[in-house]
Write a protein of this length. Structure first.
Ligand SMILES: Cc1ncc(COP(=O)(O)O)c(C=O)c1O
Length: 390
């Protein structure tokens, strides 16, 4: 049976060049980067070289970059660390309604346990947030605005410089989760004018369990973990030198491939959407067609459960996702699609196909054949399906 992987937003295979770059740091260079002896100093050099490379990629100073275990940890440090820093002066946070749980959950916890008021920044039916709306939400009590760059379920890209400008006008810090955009589109912290930015390696052919948080020079956030002076006390714990080397390498590869990847994935995505919609009625693309990372295609299939499609495709060797992978297992409709004003039934019929560098047109043609047959079969059995466009 063919095996086709269309779940690159969940994670990606590690690029062979990344593995090769990491090997020395897993074998010869095994010292603790905090040790003062030669072994430690060797590890420290590898760590700091990688920091310089990652910092150059996002256009910040190496001193502004803190390595973490990935996107979840970076988001938690940004949201909770800012709230704890400002708790005597401020009591209000604004977070995007379509954020990943790595932002929503710490914000909710601050609301239930630490008396913060959390306001959700709405998105329109295309998944986009407006700066005018943000202007209405921020007050002089707002400590942080956190709005993601590209959405993990729809790929929709927000206008971060415009949103950050509104936050700054109000004297508020601005954080963005760039986990799904880094390495796919330009992520430049100076151009985006953000105070904090989260990133991870495993969505861009790097290893799992390594990421970073950019914190602009001069921005103070309280530590949320304790036990060591690593990463200037903002993320204590022995540094994952091999992971950091892998992160730097996957970004180096992304840098040289970015334009080519974008063109390749735009062509594939257009082919997939147009061919599928030409073959099947009542299929909707969720999220803006133009303002998105092209590798992500989120489609609703009227009259059928996304979960049923997912399982049928899995039996055909095709891996995709219904809702966000992190919340799969739950049958609740996606909070992202609900935030976009989609009907819960439409939300439950959604499937996310996320392509990658190795995806081909032939693979997608195979997926289209299987998908058309699956949806037609499920619709024929569905008491809910009435052809909308007949
Ligand atoms: C937008 C977004 N933020 C954060 C995360 C969490 O990143 P990590 O898996 O590196 O903890 C993910 C992973 O799915 C994501 O898509």
């Amino acid at each position: 049976m063919k095996q086709i992987y269309l779940d690159h937003n969940a994670t990606t295979p590690v690029h062979p060049e990344v593995i090769e770059a990491m090997l020395p740091a897993l074998s010869g260079i095994y010292g603790n980067a905090s040790s003062v002896h030669t072994f430690g100093r060797e590890a420290k050099v590898a760590l700091e070289t990688a920091r310089e490379q990652v910092a150059a990629f996002i256009n910040c100073d190496p001193s502004e970059l803190y390595f973490t275990s990935g996107g979840t940890e970076s988001d938690n440090i940004a949201v909770t660390g800012t709230a704890r820093q400002y708790r005597d002066r401020k009591n209000h946070l604004v977070v995007g309604a379509a954020e990943h749980q790595a932002v929503l959950a710490p914000a909710n916890r601050l609301s239930t346990h630490e008396n913060w008021q959390v306001e959700l920044m709405p998105v329109d039916d295309d998944g986009l947030s407006s700066s005018d709306k943000l202007r209405e939400l921020v007050t002089d009590k707002t400590a942080l605005v956190s709005i993601m760059h590209a959405n993990n379920e729809t790929g929709v890209i927000q206008d971060i410089p415009a949103l950050a400008a509104v936050a700054h006008e109000a004297g508020t810090l601005f954080h963005t989760d760039a986990v799904q955009s880094i390495g796919k589109t330009r992520v430049d912290v100076a151009a985006m004018d953000c105070d904090m930015l989260s990133l991870t390696a495993h969505k861009i052919y790097g290893p799992k369990g390594i990421g970073a948080l950019y914190i602009r020079q001069g921005v103070k956030i309280a530590p949320i973990m304790f036990g060591g002076s690593h990463e200037k006390r903002r993320r204590p714990g022995t540094e994952n030198v091999a992971g950091v080397v892998g992160l730097a390498k996957c970004l180096e590869i992304a840098q040289r491939q970015m334009d080519q990847d974008w063109t390749h994935l735009t062509g594939l995505s257009d082919h997939f959407i147009d061919t599928l919609m030409g073959r099947l009625p009542d299929v909707r693309l969720n999220g803006s067609r133009s303002q998105r990372v092209p590798q992500t295609v989120n489609l609703s299939f009227a009259g059928v459960e996304g979960e049923a499609i997912l399982l049928s495709l899995d039996m055909e060797g095709i891996a995709c996702s219904s809702g966000s992978a992190c919340s799969s297992g739950s049958t609740a409709p996606s909070h992202v699609l609900i935030a976009m004003g989609k009907d819960p039934v439409v939300s439950q019929s959604a499937i996310r196909f996320s392509m990658g560098r190795s995806t081909t047109k032939e693979q997608l043609d195979y997926v289209i054949e299987k998908l058309v047959a699956t949806v037609e079969r499920l619709r024929a059995m569905s008491p809910y399906y009435k052809r909308e466009s007949a």
